[in-house]
Design a protein around this ligand. Structure first.
Ligand SMILES: O=C(O)CCC(=O)C(=O)O
Ligand SMILES: [Fe+2]
Length: 339
């Protein structure tokens, strides 16, 4: 295979065209297997809505710190809200990005003694009173992104020669969407240049809406990092570990990172993570032999705890990333039997 020098570009409008649909599905299958990352264009999410959200995200981060700390994540048992730059670690190094996390806006589940801890993940978001426009725009964008990403997920199922609805049961009527507004400050001597350290995403599918500032890098082959330069109007889409494992390594969860922008500049990005329902159990899907033997990724162990219980898996990741929330809201939990 030739060296990969840029991410493939896929046109989602081709899914609706009798003429282009078969080639779209072939491209999707190859891009997701070989690179695990691609640009998605003509995805149908209103460009004006995305731009409005980008504008509001910039306005949120420009609020006085005191306002942002009023919606700090530590106040939320549902892991929603604001974190300052440097508060999350990747590979033991601080990530120099501030972030605001939003999830599906739902009422909390009742939690009785002995109920699984992940039931506390469901609940409302925290919204900044100083920026009231943020809530309606974010929720509208979330809805548009969920509809689009479920469409893409069905296309994945078809591309893998599975029934179109193969993944539907994992979502039901409660997909576990997660949005992150992110701001990467410019590099400085004190902080270095790790915007976010090298990692794989843990869920099903991730979508990134970048501004004009570069910084996202993808390890397409061992030690071959390429820039995922911003492409106006496109989302950068990548596969998470759950989808990699569920397809027995056929779809690839690729390592990526963000390098901080140059000094005195900033980079804003908005991530949409599609996760499965908290009470879902993810099976390993049996792929036809012709596809299965092309898999590059690790074969799945059906006993892998990552696959079994979506809620526990998600909670474990959140507790690890946010020890302050863990201590304040989950101090009574014993996770050892699940680790
Ligand atoms: O900022 C970006 O574009 C990427 C962020 C990312 O990889 C993540 O939050 O998982
Ligand atoms: Fe990521």
């Amino acid at each position: 295979m030739d060296h990969i020098t840029s991410l493939p570009i896929l046109d989602l409008s081709h899914l609706d065209s009798d003429q282009h649909r078969p080639s779209f599905l072939r491209q999707l299958s190859a891009a997701a297997r070989d690179v695990g990352f691609f640009y998605l264009i003509n995805h149908g999410v209103d460009a004006a809505l995305s731009q409005r959200l980008q504008h509001l995200s910039r306005a949120f981060f420009a609020l006085p710190e005191e306002e942002k700390l009023r919606v700090a994540m530590v106040h939320s048992p549902h892991f929603r809200g604001y974190n300052r730059a440097g508060s999350e670690l990747t590979r033991s190094q601080p990530d120099w990005r501030e972030q605001f996390d939003i999830g599906a806006e739902r009422v909390p589940l009742t939690v009785a003694a002995g109920d699984p801890g992940w039931r506390r993940l469901q609940g409302p978001n925290q919204w900044p009173t100083a920026l009231p426009e943020l809530k309606p725009v974010l929720l509208a964008w979330q809805q548009a992104m969920t509809a689009m990403s479920l469409r893409l997920l069905r296309a994945f199922a078809t591309a893998l020669a599975l029934p179109e609805e193969a993944f539907d049961a994992l979502y039901g009527d409660k997909p576990n969407e997660h949005i992150k507004l992110i701001r990467y400050p410019g590099q400085s001597h004190q902080t270095g240049n790790q915007g976010v350290g090298a990692h794989k995403d843990s869920g099903f599918l991730s979508f990134l809406l970048q501004d004009e500032q570069r910084g996202l890098q993808v390890e397409v082959e061992p030690d071959n990092w390429i820039d995922a330069r911003p492409l106006p109007g496109a989302f950068v889409v990548n596969i998470g570990e759950l989808l990699e494992l569920a397809t027995n390594g056929y779809l690839r969860a690729t390592v990526h990172r963000v390098v901080s922008p140059p000094e005195n500049q900033e980079r804003l990005s908005i991530a949409f993570f599609l996760g499965a329902q908290l009470d879902a159990v993810v099976p390993v899907f049996e792929l036809p032999q012709a596809l299965a033997h092309l898999a590059h990724g690790p074969a799945s162990d059906p006993q892998n705890p990552l696959l079994r219980d979506v809620g526990w898996n998600y909670l474990k990741g959140r507790l690890r990333s946010h020890p302050d929330v863990a201590e304040r809201h989950y101090g009574d939990l014993r996770l050892s039997s699940r680790d």
